[in-house]
Design a protein around this ligand. Sequence first.
Ligand code: 13P
Ligand code: SF4
Length: 320
Amino acid sequence: MTHHEAKVGHLQPIDELLLDDEAIAEQVMKVKQDRNAVILVHNYQRPEVQDIADLTGDSLGLSREAARTEADVIVFCGVHFMAETAYILSPEKVVLLPEMSAGCPMADMATAEEVLKVREEHPGATVVSYVNTSAAVKAVSDYCCTSANAAQVLEAVEGDEILFVPDRNLAVYAASYVDKKVIPWDGFCPTHEYITKEQVEQSLEEHPEAEVIAHPECRSEVLEMAHHVRSTSGMLDTVVLSPAREFIVATESGMLYPLSRVAPDKKFYPVAGEPICPNMKLTTLSKVLWALQTLEPRVTVPEDTRVRALRAVERMIALG
Ligand code: 13P
Ligand code: SF4
């Protein structure tokens, strides 16, 4: 009997058990060991889910870990494209997404068919797709990138014309660092798109000493006001290094928890409006435990798509 087939614990719907967070977390740790599983958790997840992580991080850090872990099972506490990326890199493992409906509306703004059509209109262009895309879109792309390395990838790829899919804000931001023609797709993250310049101004009026730290999925007018523009994990490094004592955080508000953990002596304020990604909040401790017990729901990718998507992801990872 393999780890995957082994029956672990007594299965019972968690709602009926009425356990508190601490008791569920304890069970998660036990079942995780039996399954030889690793729990990867994105920085926007609920605090109690971040607390049971083997690794918390941004999309780049979590993909790298998915590529090198020796666990049999990856539990991905994030959204669908992240679990897909883990499967693309580690198809021999069971990849679990505790809440299957946790998607990314921005990723849904580009389909492989649409990308192929635009490719035809720009036959000389290199296609760089943000990691927030489906495996099918990655499979028709030349390179993948994340918010942590977008400018570096644009600089490194061959050709002077790049089609950047799907985040128009990240495309414009990363393009400002390179001397290449970047054609942005017309997609965006609703959570970041709705952060306005006026909200940042309001937050600065309330906290005039604070520095603004923003995610590159925000609109240009917001990024122009930011002291720092970083991926979620980049934010953690920046607040530790910066001499500033207070920060206005222009990204999903879940970020305040890991920021306060790495710099407990500093103050963090969500930008006015307190943006939330509802999909990132769908994963709960009970769902993680249920996923570990049942080894469902699993994320997989058809093999021909996976192999083609892997090429784009590996080319990104190879850039360092
Ligand atoms: P990071 O890779 O910076 O964590 O961003 C992922 C994401 O979905 C941001 O909205
Ligand atoms: Fe997608 Fe935006 Fe949510 Fe990130 S915050 S998962 S980009 S919808």
